[in-house]
Design a protein around this ligand. Structure first.
Ligand code: ADP
Ligand code: MG
Length: 239
């Protein structure tokens, strides 16, 4: 599991995460909601060991992210897709997907390419395998980004507002893929503004407000009048 305990993160005088406790068990789909600036991306970056913690601890399957050796193992467990399309522009879709399996997992090239084609087929992009990122639409790039993360066979998929730079049609393309992944048992930590979609696919909803977890509830309870809506900040956000 991903175990986040009492995590504090500051940028100068700004306390961005203020004692966050959160556990994500295998098979769960957990969505993180919260206003812009509430600390969602920082939390994802902390799980990846991209930001040093000022307090508390994060461990992924027992590997602590504040220990350089263990961090490598923790990172292997997590596939991350960010908001911006961070594909390597000088590599084709297929090359973007096969790079890490070949370099890091030492998967033979043929096998890596075969697996990449299967992934591309699963997101409806087999015919774009040899396209350059610049030749792809935003939605197509994000779908390739998801394939690139999945190619490492991560135990956990971390998604940080992967649709927020997309128009509605492309958003739907990407959400479709994520719904399929959720239904197939992929463990996901999903930062999103797509509240209706989060409600549809999540086991649990977590609400961050100014670096504090205001709620961590089963989805139905979060959207119930006596659940999340009982908290003024959450009710305000949801309305
Ligand atoms: P969210 O993803 O919920 O919109 P972020 O995690 O990006 O929020 O940011 C939370 C807060 O941390 C914001 O006030 C933001 O300005 C601040 N912040 C994020 N990254 C940095 C950084 N590298 N340096 C300084 N402040 C940062
Ligand atoms: Mg963010």
């Amino acid at each position: 599991m991903i175990a986040i305990e009492g995590v504090v993160k500051r940028f100068g005088a700004n306390t961005v995460l203020d004692g966050v406790d959160l556990r994500i068990a295998p098979g769960e789909v957990v969505s993180i909601l919260g206003a812009s600036g509430s600390g969602k991306s920082t939390l994802i970056r902390c799980i990846n060991g991209l930001e040093p913690l000022d307090g508390g601890a994060i461990a992924v399957d027992g590997n602590r992210v504040d220990d350089a050796k263990q961090l490598q193992r923790a990172r292997r467990c997590c596939g991350t897709v960010f908001q911006l399309f961070n594909l390597y522009p000088h590599m084709t879709a297929l090359q973007n997907i096969t790079l890490a399996p070949i370099e890091v997992l030492k998967t033979p090239r043929r096998q890596a390419e075969e697996e990449a084609r299967q992934l591309l087929a699963s997101v409806g992009l087999l015919d774009r395998a040899d396209a350059w990122p610049a030749q792809l639409s935003g939605g197509q790039r994000q779908r390739v980004g998801i394939c690139r993360a999945l190619a490492m066979k991560p135990r956990y998929l971390l998604l940080d507002e992967v649709t927020s730079a997309l128009d509605p049609e492309m958003t739907a393309e990407v959400l479709n893929i994520l719904a399929k992944l959720a239904a197939s048992g992929t463990t996901m930590l999903f930062v999103t503004h797509e509240i209706a979609f989060a409600r549809q696919i999540s086991n649990r909803i977590v609400f961050l407000d100014q670096g504090r977890l205001l709620a961590d509830l089963p989805t139905a309870q979060f959207f119930a009048a006596e659940g999340g809506f009982a908290q003024p900040r959450i009710a305000q956000f949801l309305s």
